[in-house]
Ligand binder design. Sequence first.
Ligand SMILES: [Zn+2]
Length: 350
Amino acid sequence: MLPYRSSGRIAPSDVAWLILAALIGALVAGGLANMIGQYFRIVVPFAVALGVIVGVVGSAMIHWRRFQTPAIAAIIGVLGGLAAFSADQVFDYLRDRHAITQEMVRVVDRLGGDVKAVRSHGNLSATIDLLMVRAGRGDKINLINSLSMLGDEPLAGNARVGSVAALRGWLALRHRSGVSILIGGQRERPGPPGGLLIWAISALLSGGIAGVLFFKAAREPVCSGCGDWFEGSSSGLPAANYGFRDHVRQALEQHDANELARMFPARGLHRKHLAINFRPCKNCTEALVYTELQRVRRYSAKRSSTSPLLRGLLPPAAAQEIAVALKTARRRQREEAIRKIVRPKNQHRR
Ligand SMILES: [Zn+2]
């Protein structure tokens, strides 16, 4: 068996494409989460969903560009996940600014003032900034008093959307009031430091999940002949129980199909066992077959997890021979198991 090595090829244009995909994913995920978040919000599942959406968008791009550098992909993925989380926060921030404007307009309308003048006032944005800074400090906010700020001349110089100080004030306000989470169906608002901690964990969760998904997508093997992805799924043929991993590894490296068939457990596979996965190239019939020795953990009839123990390339004939030997061994084991069940008990005792 020959070692499989990722080409590690890295083109600047591919990196640019991947960053673009991560950003688009972040905007879509952040926007979506924010839209749904108006009606209900469960912090941790939302953070997971943000990471998954960015991860799926990025994986599609990785697949399309045949991106082969897992470490770089993971970094871009983490940043994309964090960007999605931030986008959600920024949308919240803009929405809160809008809500304050609406509230001001309502107050002015009630007082019989000129509503249009409020909306188009040059000091409006700066006034909201100032309100947010004060709210962040913990001051009580009085909208009627703040309306008079619109007339203050010195504010005009600072009139711009969202100064850094205002954003900081808004964040402070957020963390003071806490992040809303659902615990056992009851809405709770842990104050600081709990709120800040949940906030940080959510951000890390979004970034981490996106990073892992990007990493996994970029680690998928590519045929050295044509540069295309190898065919097939990641699940392999059952081979032996986990205790035989060194023997199986050796037999696989020596292309010994008979030895592999001999190691197939007559008494069935354990929860933790080995599988061998063959993935040929769909374009090149003569190309080496990507082969992976996997550790399989079975949790239930349908649920299991696999992790690679050995990755390499086999000549097509050897891969074919091993696959046939394993399938035959498995069929024989099943037939043997059925025979044991069917055989009458008295005959068994004799
Ligand atoms: Zn190929």
